[in-house]
Design a protein around this ligand. Structure first.
Ligand code: MRU
Length: 366
């Protein structure tokens, strides 16, 4: 995407073809810092500590992690065996987003088919780059399909402002380009549709207020940051026309894992007759799981992420403690919205209902 007149992605390969560069998203919006990843440990750390986050981006980062493993495998004696072990470690970095295992396994497969150590490195590099380009293109395409939903509401409202509510950051920072939930928003905005975005702050790590608000602001998209609990009130008063969110893993039966709090937005949307759409590239479908509530692993993170809030004070990024020092806290990072609450999926192949039949109708080969 263009930020301050410069093209920027959240991940890229350095000119040395070895160093993986990522935006350290922990520091946005207050500081724009780029981190270098040169070891598998550094890649795992960047995923776990959320320098990089968001399902498609985690997938691409894992894919480049395999390239780094292949480079190290050259000196490790047992190249293929070493690379396989490193891939297991990469896949365990975070549990919920299916893209991580998908990206790692896809690169591992081409690496294992390569003949020499040099071939393995080249194969990994090419496949990781291919995944990044495919994800960018898939997000562009789903944006075109999703923009139609927004444009249709605009026509119904005779050009009146379309109010969209989104949760977490499912923007280009979470992907490679365009984003998932934001791709239809950018596309509709670029076409001149009058729209406004309600941005859930998304506690505890505030991906909405820190990242989505930053992205939308850089693109000139009108938006307002709201508390996570404001959505229901806005929906009751006719101030939300459509909800669009991303997902970390959606079953092929239509259940949706996304950032904690998404389920409550879906319940409120259903109670108020508001369409609730989930935007995703097909890499985020889990083709093996059928019951998302029972089967999708939900990450639990450090309670300190709930206890402390990060922000800017006196020009420095700082953390402050909110609850009593002695109060325990718990940090459930995701929840699952059952298919029955999902109006539809916006994918690179078009929009479909949240049912096994409709999803497989778009992706018959899966
Ligand atoms: O914990 P995070 O920030 O990695 O969670 C990200 C989300 O929940 C996003 O909504 C999801 O990955 C969709 S990304 C396009």
């Amino acid at each position: 995407m263009i930020v301050d007149e410069k093209p920027v992605r959240p991940i890229w390969l350095d000119a040395d073809q070895k160093t993986v560069k990522v935006i350290d998203q922990r520091q946005l919006p207050h500081r724009f810092v780029v981190a270098d990843l040169t070891s598998v440990d550094a890649v795992i750390h960047a995923i776990r500590e959320m320098f990089v986050r968001g399902a498609p981006l985690i997938g691409v980062t894992g894919a480049y992690g395999v390239m780094i493993a292949a480079m190290n495998g050259e000196t490790a004696g047992d190249g293929p065996g070493f690379i396989r072990q490193e891939c297991l470690r990469l896949k365990a970095a975070r549990p919920t987003a299916v893209n991580l295992a998908w990206g790692v396994d896809r690169v591992l497969e081409v690496v294992m088919a390569a003949g020499t150590a040099a071939d393995r490195i080249a194969a990994a590099r090419n496949e990781a780059a291919a995944i990044a380009e495919e994800e960018a293109e898939n997000c562009r395409r789903l944006g075109v399909h999703g923009a139609e939903l927004i444009a249709a509401i605009s026509r119904e409202k005779k050009g009146g402002t379309v109010n969209i509510l989104t949760h977490c950051n499912a923007g280009w920072l979470a992907c490679i380009e365009y984003g998932t939930a934001t791709a239809p928003i950018y596309e509709a905005f670029n076409r001149g549709v009058d729209l406004h975005v309600w941005v859930d702050e998304t506690r505890p790590l505030n991906q909405g207020s820190r990242l989505t608000a930053w992205e939308l602001g850089k693109h000139g998209v009108p938006h307002t940051v709201i508390t996570d609990n404001a959505g229901g009130h806005l929906m009751q008063h006719g101030r939300v026309d459509i909800v669009i969110v991303g997902t970390d893993r959606s079953t092929h039966t239509g259940d949706v894992a996304n950032k904690i709090g998404t389920y409550l937005k879906a319940l409120a949307a259903r109670d108020n007759g508001i369409p609730f759409y989930v935007a995703l590239p097909s890499s985020t479908f889990d083709w093996t799981m059928t019951d998302g509530v029972k089967e999708i692993p939900i990450e639990e993170r450090s309670p300190d992420e709930v206890r402390y809030v990060q922000g800017l004070a006196d020009g420095r990024i700082t953390r402050v403690l909110v609850p009593p020092e002695s109060s325990p806290a718990a940090d459930f990072a995701f929840d699952v919205t059952p298919a029955r609450l999902v109006t539809g999926f916006v994918t690179e192949r078009g929009v479909c209902g949240a049912s096994e039949a409709e999803i497989h109708g778009l992706f018959p080969e899966c």
